[in-house]
Ligand binder design. Structure first.
Ligand code: IMP
Length: 185
């Protein structure tokens, strides 16, 4: 789905990043990842459902072999606020012992879900666990978890597109934008 399909309905307030800008940034991240993991095996762990598009483009930008696996988690919380109490809906199929793991995320907001995930994955005996996220909001910059690869630091607004949803819609939007307030009300 292109921007024009939602702009026609005036759903998007502002386009933050076009598809071309996103793909260019992911290629830069991929170059860095290739150099950091040279000579090491690499397992990309995507967090469903939001990270599907990031995983697809990041993985294809990597000129090397990688494995991919997926986890689905649900964070208990009130409304749109994450609480950090997490339940695994779908676990990995891969044994992490001795593996170099790179968690692939769409967005880090409070970072609570991610903090839980890192602790959980580290307890499985991997060689390393690092994080790559396309987007990071201001609050996440204050958390004590080190995020090794960040695509873009964005303002504290609710964004959709490129895998990110509002009420399960807009995931298939090619760009990333902020939603018009009329959509919430
Ligand atoms: P955290 O635990 O607060 O970091 O929550 C991260 C999760 O909240 C992400 O993986 C998204 O599923 C969701 N989320 C946070 N901010 C947004 C947003 O602006 N748009 C869509 N989903 C978001």
């Amino acid at each position: 789905m292109d921007q024009m399909h939602v702009e026609g309905d005036l759903d998007l307030d502002q386009t933050l990043y076009s598809e071309a800008e996103i793909v260019t940034r992911l290629k830069e991240m991929a170059t860095q990842i290739e150099s950091d993991y040279e000579g090491k095996d690499l397992l990309l762990v995507g967090v469903l459902k939001g990270a599907v598009m990031v995983m697809a483009d990041l993985a294809r930008s990597l000129d090397r072999h990688v494995e991919m696996d997926w986890m689905a988690v649900s964070s208990y919380g009130s409304g749109t606020q994450s609480s950090g109490v997490v339940r695994i809906l779908k676990d990995l199929d891969t044994d992490l012992s001795g593996r170099h793991v790179l968690i692939v995320e769409d967005i880090i907001d409070t970072g609570l879900t991610l903090s839980w995930l890192i602790t959980n994955l580290r307890s499985r005996g991997p060689a390393s666990v690092e994080i790559a996220t396309l987007l990071r909001k201001p609050e996440a910059q204050r958390m004590d978890v080190d995020v090794k690869y960040v695509g873009f630091d964005i303002p504290n607004a609710f964004v959709v597109g490129y895998g990110l949803d509002y009420d399960e819609r807009y995931r298939n939007l090619r760009c990333i934008g902020t939603l018009s307030p009329h959509v919430y009300s």
